[in-house]
Design a protein around this ligand. Structure first.
Ligand SMILES: [Zn+2]
Ligand SMILES: [Zn+2]
Length: 243
């Protein structure tokens, strides 16, 4: 069983709960799922060789999730998981000859690829980071669920009262909702969000003028930070991934 298969799919119930919270509901649930995966792996990996094999194939977590792992994990779970990764690296290093098995002009004609390829194989991930994989699967499932649920009047009303999606998740949701009631709902909610953010940013700039600096902060307080998160997605979402 893979890491991601051990967690239940997050459906409409969680999404509608997340509508009432601050920020993008998809970001919120996706990041909760990743955190739960890391926490459960911390316990389950000790007794489950399949989980350890999966992480060894991935050469451990990616840089982002390795940092998250270190913030969460126990030392025993870390040592157990990463011992396997280190043993794999030792096997790969011992398998290297230290020189290209074919030399001279023939190696040059072949681009020297065999010798360089061997070196490059040390520590090469043979499967995605399990936390990245779960994040991607969760996003796809949640966006499909959201778009389907927005056909329902009550869910649409709840979504319209929420903050709506961040831009990376909005782009994906619009992409799978073309022509539907959900599409209009997503677009209209997003327009209101953007217009509100723009008004708040304008207010921040206006109050920054020395003539207005004595005015107290209003609703625009925190809007600069909210806008950056809205545009990029929450930390850990990585808007630049394909798909
Ligand atoms: Zn989001
Ligand atoms: Zn990752």
């Amino acid at each position: 069983m893979t890491h991601s298969a051990r967690l239940p799919p997050q459906g409409a119930f969680n999404l509608q709960d997340a509508f009432a919270e601050e920020g993008c509901p998809v970001c919120r649930i996706v990041l909760q799922n990743v955190q739960r995966l890391i926490e459960s792996t911390n316990y389950d990996a000790l007794g489950d060789p399949a989980i350890r094999a999966e992480l060894t194939e991935a050469t451990g977590y990616c840089t982002l999730h390795a940092r998250q792992w270190l913030e969460t994990a126990f030392i025993l779970g870390t040592a157990t998981l990463y011992r396997d990764v280190v043993m794999r690296t030792i096997r790969e290093l011992r398998g290297l000859s230290g020189r290209s098995p074919i030399g001279g002009r023939l190696a040059a004609a072949l681009g020297g690829s065999r010798g360089r390829g061997q070196t490059a194989d040390v520590g090469t991930p043979r499967r995605p980071c399990p936390a990245c994989e779960l994040r991607d699967e969760s996003e796809t499932a949640l966006i499909r669920t959201l778009v389907a649920q927005l056909e329902d009047d009550a869910t649409r009303a709840a979504y319209e009262a929420s903050e709506g999606l961040c831009i990376p998740h909005l782009r994906r949701a619009l992409g799978v909702s073309g022509g539907s009631v959900a599409f209009a709902c997503l677009r209209d909610r997003a327009l209101r969000t953007e217009e509100t953010l723009l008004a708040h940013l304008n207010e921040i700039v206006r109050k920054h003028d020395y003539r207005n600096r004595q005015e107290p902060s209003g609703e625009e307080k925190g809007a600069a930070v909210r806008t950056v998160i809205h545009v990029a997605g929450a930390s850990g979402i990585d808007r630049d991934r394909a798909g």
